[in-house]
Design a binder for this molecule. Structure first.
Ligand code: PLP
Length: 391
């Protein structure tokens, strides 16, 4: 047998995909499974975006594009970011990648190595820790706490920075908590980073357009003082319901852009040409489909949060962004992972146990409210019965 080299034995994965596979298997065997596990909008990609891809294929866009992506898409992204954040974004620093994940893959690969430390949110997207470990760098968790509304604490984050810190990963609005970090905390973080000029920042803003109740999303791009060390991660997956298209983008500081381009040339060459044309339509076309999707998410958010708080021994803070609820299930007496697994196998409701997002996720479940209101109501009813009757 041939074994992978040591670095690959350290790489992790995303349990949401395993839960999806198990839920699909149960459904194929005839179970009526409600999937609140996977983090993808249950809406179709807006029709005009699909049409743009079809047209691009008919028009003959079948070949490679530049590794960094086609210029009109990079310009559309720069213009959109400029409109949303007020920051001047140079299209020449925008890189098109096959999904948001690829930006974190590249950034962590560039900056992680044995002896270095990388800070990442915990609970947080599991790929951060996986990739940090892969490079041999030491993963340093930044605790994300319920008592802070699942926002980053600037003081706690800054206190973890040391001489070996290479990169700090931030994510707001956040997966898996739905937490949105308020302006005051972000300003304090940016101010504190001035004392650590050797530290780069990866700001994962893939949910940047997804906040509720008028809550402000503060983009790290809007702070000129960190622009020379900021990697902005973004993409179409969530905002435009395009998870399967694999369309992400990033803005790189001058020193890192060329490395990102080389990594693209060495791996995926370029993003699918038709997908890139679809991206132009998504960004420059009508935004009503996005608004309708957000209105539906908002209604479901209320339903989920009220329903969860009515369950025995469960409490849930109201998430301000993304499309996840992160209820505290500690008082139920169940371990979070065991509960998630029992809910799937015995009540046919797929959720993800908080520990799949890090050690500070123990005691929580993640529910993605990317399901219809009636499915959510049924799922909550099943969870209620389960928690009252099962051991
Ligand atoms: N970043 C966060 C915080 C996410 O939750 C996800 C997907 O769930 C991604 C990045 C990856 O997005 P993509 O599907 O575009 O690779």
């Amino acid at each position: 047998m041939i074994d992978p080299v040591a670095a690959l034995s350290r790489i992790g994965e995303e349990n949401a995909f395993a839960v999806l596979a198990r839920a699909t298997k149960l459904a194929q065997a005839g179970a009526d499974v409600i999937n609140l596990g996977i983090g993808q909008p249950d809406f179709a990609t807006p029709a005009h975006v699909v049409e743009a891809a079809v047209k691009a294929l008919r028009d003959g866009h079948h070949g490679y594009t530049p590794a960094t992506g086609i210029l009109p898409l990079r310009e559309a992204i720069a213009a959109d970011l400029n409109r949303r954040t007020g920051a001047p974004v140079d299209p020449e620093r925008v890189m098109i990648v096959p999904g948001g994940k690829v930006t974190m893959f590249m950034a962590i690969l560039m900056l992680g190595e044995p002896g270095a430390e990388i800070l990442y949110p915990d609970p947080g997207f599991p790929i951060y820790r996986s990739m940090i470990s892969f490079t041999g760098a030491r993963p340093v968790p930044i605790p994300i706490r319920e008592e802070n509304g699942f926002a980053f604490s600037a003081a706690e984050t800054l206190a973890l920075i040391g001489p070996k810190t290479r990169l700090v990963i931030l994510n707001s609005p956040a997966n898996p908590t739905g937490g949105v970090t308020p302006r005051a905390e972000i300003e304090a973080l940016v101010a504190g980073l001035a004392a650590h000029p050797h530290v780069a920042i990866l700001s994962d803003e893939i949910y940047g357009t997804m906040t509720y109740d008028g809550v402000e999303h503060v983009s790290l791009l809007s702070f000129p003082e960190i622009r020379d060390r900021l990697i902005h991660l973004d993409g179409a997956s969530k905002t435009y319901a395009m998870t399967g298209w694999r369309l992400g983008w990033s803005v790189w500081p001058e020193g890192l852009f060329e490395a990102a381009r080389k990594l693209a040339v060495n791996s995926f060459s370029c993003v699918n040409a038709a997908t890139q044309h679809a991206g132009i339509a998504a960004l420059t076309g009508p935004q009503e489909p996005v608004a309708e999707m957000m209105a539906a998410f908002d209604r479901r958010r209320t339903l989920v949060v009220e329903g969860l708080n009515a369950l025995p021994n469960v409490s849930c803070v109201t998430p301000a962004g993304a499309f996840y609820a992160f209820p505290n299930v500690r008082e139920t007496g169940w371990g979070a992972k065991v509960l998630a697994s029992a809910l799937l196998e015995r009540a046919h409701v797929a959720t993800i146990g908080g520990p799949d997002f890090g050690e500070y996720g123990e005691g929580y479940l993640r529910l993605s409210y990317a399901a219809s209101e009636s499915a959510i109501e049924t799922a909550l009813g099943r969870m209620e019965r389960f928690l009252r009757e099962e051991r």
